[in-house]
Design a protein around this ligand. Structure first.
Ligand code: DON
Length: 577
């Protein structure tokens, strides 16, 4: 961890570092933030220590991550914020990107009628209208207690003063150096002058981003959607083949939606509604699992992993068939999330044999899923009143479209890649072409992000979320079932081996660390295994079963850091909400 930078940050914030602690598994009773990056978590925890609530802390953390975790933290992307306000009141802020008005269903097809993969990934054309500034602004309008500027300026200071590049950030910059070099401005900011990637220990300053953040601190969402930043980004798009217009920015709004609610083993599960499929997949999986005694199966055993894969596979079929932007398609969510339907679906699972996806999917087999990157990032927050925020946001792939508009320092997303790129064509490699998620002007692309909050007996039980594209609901499901079914501590639930099945490709993804005999048994059941170093990066705050206290746990799979406020003090009123 860049300790020197952390100390500098704390000094900048004018607070004593004794107010907060940083670690991987911390007591969260005084309030805590967990994210992928320590400086960002500390920035959020500082907001809590100054009397801010969970929404304030999430906003401060999100802006800080845009500086310190540029592969996924963002100003130029979008996401979802699930909020548990006092009294268990819950709401969901949808700040997903929208397709520009000039977008067309077939805009990513090449002359041969096939999807041009690079066109969906790189450059201005694959950027949706960013939602992050509008979403964080809306959250602040609804619930913010501290001043907006107070939440944005620490990030601006971090961008200006710089910070020490971590080994994780250096590795990410190395993985993507070739594509980061494609845009002049991106190369100038994120690669060394000789074009080489960032190295661990380098000092990264982002003066343009600092300036943009100061504008946002001063002018709120206006500068980004109607002012100087909108003009700069649109100018970049216009000169480099993009279709974003000032009118697209002017018309963008973040939206408040009602969270999906599930009921699982006596718990209330709050999760994201469309345009993310995260909540649908998670709750549909839990409804199927309701008919099984999951805790009776040894954790990590082939029988358990098989069951998880099978419920995911079935939920992903409904995702592909029905889900899209709710402002454009009417989905049968009531029916899909009916508990009886879930139990019937689960009853069709053979505990000994993998179900071929073609048998489930019928005429979806043979048609297509869009390619998704592996980078997004999640923030979990609780304040000392037990109010909570689960915020997952993304640029889609790591470093998004790899473009930065001159003078802004803001990386743009390539979220257009989350639409179904070829209407009517799905394939067994995982491309999907079903109607509900075909590109239309001003439509939001379907997501898999899955911020979740679970309560038991009216009390907060856990807050979680993860990156990982279509593997996200599987990682979240693992943590939720670990805590709810098995009574594990949050750290134990995070440590469980993860699997994913997304229908197509018809493969069971499994973490490498799974024991060889488990993999053999799964293969023997008919699963085609695909090993991955790790799946997801789940930052969790959850109740410890032995002490009853909340713990903030950062996933060990990536960098990850919890930051907790030490001095809880007496529980005051809920004013500020
Ligand atoms: O919204 C989505 O589901 C994807 N754009 C998320 C991409 C992602 O998680 C990549 N990350 N690890």
């Amino acid at each position: 961890m860049a300790l020197s930078a952390l100390v500098a940050l704390l000094a900048l914030a004018g607070c004593q570092s004794a107010d907060i602690v940083i670690g991987r598994d911390l007591d969260a009773a005084g309030g805590a933030v967990v994210s992928v990056e320590p400086l960002a978590s500390a920035t959020g925890a500082r907001a809590l220590a100054r009397g801010g609530n969970a929404v304030d802390a999430a906003i401060a953390t999100a802006f800080a991550l845009a500086v310190t975790w540029p592969e996924a933290g963002n100003v130029g992307g979008g996401g979802f914020m699930l909020i548990r306000a006092p009294g268990g009141r819950a709401l969901f802020i949808d700040y997903r990107e929208k397709a520009p008005r000039a977008a067309e269903a077939s805009m990513f097809l090449g002359p041969d009628g096939k999807v041009d993969k690079n066109a969906t990934r790189l450059g201005y054309r694959c950027a949706g209208v960013p939602g992050t500034v509008a979403g964080l602004w809306l959250a602040h309008q609804l619930y913010g207690d501290l001043d907006w500027a107070e939440l944005v300026l620490p990030a601006a200071d971090l961008a200006e003063g710089g910070f020490e590049v971590s080994a994780e950030l250096a590795a990410s910059s190395a993985r993507h150096a070739r594509e980061l070099a494609l845009c002049e401005e991106t190369r100038r900011i994120f690669l060394a002058p000789d074009g080489l990637p960032l190295r661990a220990g380098d000092w990264l300053c982002q003066p343009d981003l600092a300036r943009s953040l100061r504008l946002i601190a001063l002018d709120g969402r206006r500068t980004f959607y109607e002012g100087e930043l909108a003009r700069q980004i649109v100018a970049g798009a216009r000169t480099q083949g993009g279709i974003l217009t000032l009118e697209d920015f002017r018309r963008y709004e973040a939206v408040v939606r009602r969270p999906l609610t599930g009921s699982y083993r006596g718990c209330r599960v709050l999760a994201g509604p469309p345009p993310t499929s995260g909540g649908q997949v998670l709750i549909e999986c839990l409804n199927q699992l309701d008919g099984f005694d999951l805790a009776a199966l040894p954790a990590g055993d082939a029988a358990e992993l098989h069951l998880l894969a099978e419920v995911l596979q079935r939920a992903f079929l409904d995702r592909a068939l029905h889900l899209g932007d709710p402002d454009f398609v009417s989905d049968p969510l009531g029916a899909i999330l009916d508990q009886e339907y879930g139990r019937r679906l689960g009853a069709g699972i053979d505990p000994e044999r993998a179900t071929p996806s073609d048998r489930l999917a019928g005429d979806l087999g043979g048609t297509l899923l869009p390619a998704e990157g592996e980078s997004t990032t999640h923030i979990s927050v609780v304040d000392r009143h037990g109010c909570a925020v689960a915020n997952t946001y993304t640029l889609e792939e790591s470093w998004g479209a790899k473009v930065v508009a001159a003078g802004t320092g803001i990386l743009l997303n390539n979220e257009m890649a989350d639409f179904n790129p070829q209407p009517g064509r799905s394939d067994r490699d995982g491309q999907i072409g079903t109607r509900p998620n075909v590109i239309e002007p001003e439509k939001r692309m379907l997501s898999s992000m899955c911020p979740v909050i679970v309560e038991r007996d009216g009390e907060l039980l856990l807050v979680a979320g993860s990156p990982g594209g279509r593997t996200i609901p599987a990682s979240v499901l693992r943590v939720v079932t670990g805590i709810v079914d098995r009574g594990l501590s949050p750290a134990e639930a995070v440590a469980l081996i993860r699997v994913h099945h997304g229908l197509y490709p018809d493969r069971l993804r499994i973490e490498k660390a799974a024991p060889a005999e488990v993999k053999q048994r799964l293969a023997g059941m008919g699963h085609a295994l695909e090993e991955r170093e790790f799946l997801g990066d789940c930052h969790v705050i959850g109740r410890d079963p032995s002490s009853g206290r909340l713990r903030a746990v950062a996933d060990h799979r990536r960098l990850g850091a919890a930051a907790a406020v030490v001095a809880a003090g007496p529980l005051g009123s809920e004013e500020g909400w």
